[in-house]
Design a binder for this molecule. Structure first.
Ligand code: KIV
Length: 279
């Protein structure tokens, strides 16, 4: 059996075609949810692929859950390329999305060089950048050079020192209006997708309704076009207290593959997240 074949008992839908940015936009148009998970090596990537995950993210969360740092800031571009290469070997159809680490997209030229490595060496098909403001020029430059971009707004972990901790964003009216403006701005700059992290569910719903690109929520309620979790959080093996927006899908499923399938099914049916996982 290959890493991507389906056992008879699997609930996952076997896929024959590569998942692409236009396909993800079509899913939004059809009202079908997008399933995203992080992975950092070929074995977990293979499990995601086999369970029918649409997008596999090599997130800079690897700094915290793999390397044991207290933030994502120490992650380097070399390390991200290394993990991308490993994940790419475990994938067949799922889209490989890679984070641009802290300061590797500080201007358009640096972002183009960094992204070239993630796509050409790492095998990624899309890169993710945190923030708006100067990042709008970066998104525009990448898009003009044929690099699909996923924007990331709300709790952007690379801004942890500016925020003073990992806090829910967009709670008051002016912060919420700013987030709505930023969401439109990243779309207008050419982003193909938008991750919304730790924002009130009602705000994420509004942004999702107003944008034409898919939104992917993490701690952003059930009304986003898709969901993402850090894989070690949803397997209950991340160190420390469980984060509110995650759920241990290993409980009651008994295997990594079963847990990922249960997560994918819960996202697609709208059963996850519930109010308990939202703000
Ligand atoms: O780095 C990461 O894993 C992420 C997700 C939490 C969205 O950015």
């Amino acid at each position: 059996m290959s890493a991507t074949s389906q056992p008879a008992s699997s609930n996952a839908t076997p896929r024959a075609k590569k998942i692409t940015a236009p396909y993800l936009r079509a899913l939004k148009a059809k009202g079908e949810k997008i399933v995203m998970l992080t992975a950092y090596d070929a074995a977990f990537a293979g499990q995601c692929e086999a369970a029918g995950v649409d997008v596999v993210l090599v997130g800079d969360s690897l700094g915290m859950v793999v390397q044991g740092h207290s933030s994502t800031l120490p992650v380097t571009l070399d390390e991200t390329v290394y993990h991308c290469k490993a994940v790419a070997r475990g994938l067949n159809c799922a889209l490989l999305l890679a984070d641009l680490p802290f300061m590797t997209f500080r201007d358009a030229d640096t972002a183009l060089r960094s992204s070239a490595r993630l796509l050409a060496e790492g095998g990624a098909a899309m890169v993710k950048v945190e923030g708006a403001d100067y990042v709008l020029d970066v998104i525009h430059a990448l898009e003009r050079h044929e690099v699909p971009v996923c924007a990331h707004l709300g709790l952007t972990p690379q801004s942890v020192h500016k925020f003073g901790g990992y806090r829910v964003q967009g709670r008051d009216e002016s912060a919420a209006e700013r987030l709505v403006r930023d969401a439109h701005a990243v779309q207008d700059a050419g982003a193909s997708m938008l991750v919304l992290e730790c924002v009130p569910a009602t705000l994420a719903k509004r942004i999702t309704g107003e944008l034409t690109i898919p939104t992917i929520g993490i701690g952003a309620g059930v009304d986003c076009d898709g969901q993402v979790l850090v894989i070690y959080d949803m397997l209950g093996i991340s160190p420390g207290k469980r984060v509110r927006f995650s759920k241990d899908f290993l409980v009651g499923t008994g295997s990594v593959r079963g847990a990922i399938e249960a997560y994918a099914q819960a996202v697609r049916s709208g059963a996850f997240p519930t109010a308990e996982h939202s703000f």
